[in-house]
Ligand binder design. Structure first.
Ligand SMILES: C[S@@+](CC[C@H](N)C(=O)[O-])C[C@H]1O[C@@H](n2cnc3c(N)ncnc32)[C@H](O)[C@@H]1O
Length: 268
């Protein structure tokens, strides 16, 4: 599954404001007092997690950015960064070679908008491999299946149901957890001995956020068409009504996400 750089760029400021501050504080508290830190960011995209977290970590940071999309990885090479920060972009297919991404001098694992794409088995593998290395994990922005639109349209619920079904399709890691990731992932880490801090990181789009609303709702219409539980005519009509509301500056929406920081019990 591929993600365009324009989509990742569009969503980054909304992700940034959505990230749960208590969870970010837990990461900062864990890292406080260290002279330096080595981080691996799984499925880094364009490096939004690095930009969101860097200020909360010790000044000297070594980041290993991992993704299987060479074009996104290539763009992370041009990131502006302070002198005490080194960044290495590493192409890895995480479905196949997760362990390779975690090996070596790593002290913190980060990821965002990944865990809803992965399967139950892959999540187990991540928790087990991280626990074996006693690595803390900051995982942001897992979709939780709860979305609301304002004003309400009679077809919203059917479209959101279809989106949630679509989210459970295979995204390259086996059948995806989709909306179940938000509850399953923190619980899975607790089961292998982690202390978990978690909290909501919902996207909140107001009437002025027209471009991202249009992008998200168009993606939902495509997903609903692929699932096929509503007719194509109904979906086209729904998208046209929603776009009219956006154009009139009358549309708002909230899309539920969850962040967590899992720290191996017994470490700060
Ligand atoms: C929703 S994007 C999130 C990107 C970034 N973490 C962010 O929050 O902006 C999902 C990312 O997962 C990456 N990805 C998907 N499947 C992958 C795989 N098998 N191995 C490595 N990366 C993968 C995509 O290339 C994409 O960058």
């Amino acid at each position: 599954m591929s993600f365009s750089s324009s989509w990742l760029t569009l969503r980054e400021p909304y992700d940034r404001s959505a990230r749960n501050v208590a969870v970010l504080d837990a990461v900062a508290t864990w890292a406080a007092g260290r002279p330096s830190i080595a981080v691996v960011d799984l499925a880094c995209g364009l490096g939004s997690t690095l930009r969101a977290v860097t200020e909360r970590l010790p000044k000297r940071q070594d980041w290993r950015l991992v993704d299987n999309d060479l074009s996104l990885l290539a763009r992370t090479a041009g990131l502006a960064r302070p002198p005490d920060l080194t960044v290495t972009a590493v192409p890895v297919d995480l479905a196949r070679d997760l362990e390779m991404a975690l090996d070596g001098p790593v002290e913190l694992v980060t990821t965002s908008a990944l865990l809803d794409l992965v399967s139950h088995d892959w999540l187990d593998r991540l928790a087990t491999e991280a626990a074996a290395r006693r690595l803390p994990v900051y995982a942001a922005l897992s979709y939780d299946g709860l979305a609301t639109l304002d004003p309400v349209d009679p077809l919203d619920a059917a479209v959101i149901d279809a989106v949630n079904q679509h989210q459970r399709g295979d995204k390259g890691f086996g059948p995806a957890l989709g909306p179940a990731a938000a509850a399953t992932a923190p619980a899975r880490f607790e089961l292998v001995g982690y202390t978990v801090t978690h909290g909501a990181s919902d996207w909140v789009f107001g009437p002025k956020d027209a471009e991202i609303q249009t992008e998200v709702l168009t993606g939902w219409a495509v997903a609903a068409r692929e699932i096929g539980s509503s007719s194509i005519a109904d979906i086209i009509g729904w998208l046209a009504r929603r776009r009219d509301l956006i154009a009139a500056g009358r549309s708002s929406m909230r899309v539920g996400h969850v962040d967590f920081f899992a720290s191996p019990t017994g470490t700060r």
